[in-house]
Design a protein. Structure first.
Length: 83
């Protein structure tokens, strides 16, 4: 059961909803004002990439969020990737 993120087009409230299926998206309403004028947001994924043996000094690879000129950007560190 995925968690979906939404933004209300009337009041600007951002909220999350746990849905059993994508068909339930049509029934979602803003928790703040009750409006059905909502848009689904692109969720930022935070995951740890594993695989193979790792040293205890290795840091886990995770998604990072940071500010950029166009809004909130996400960047995923991959094994072997150098900045």
């Amino acid at each position: 059961m995925p968690i979906f993120e939404f933004k209300c087009l009337d009041c600007g409230e951002e909220f999350e909803v746990l849905l059993k299926s994508k068909d339930e998206i049509a029934t979602v309403k803003c928790r703040a004002c009750g409006s059905s004028k909502i848009e689904r947001l692109m969720s930022v994924v935070n995951s740890i990439i594993g695989g193979g043996a790792t040293k205890s000094t290795d840091k886990p690879r995770v998604a990072e969020s940071h500010s950029c000129p166009t809004g909130s950007c996400t960047h995923l560190e991959l094994p072997g990737y150098q900045k």
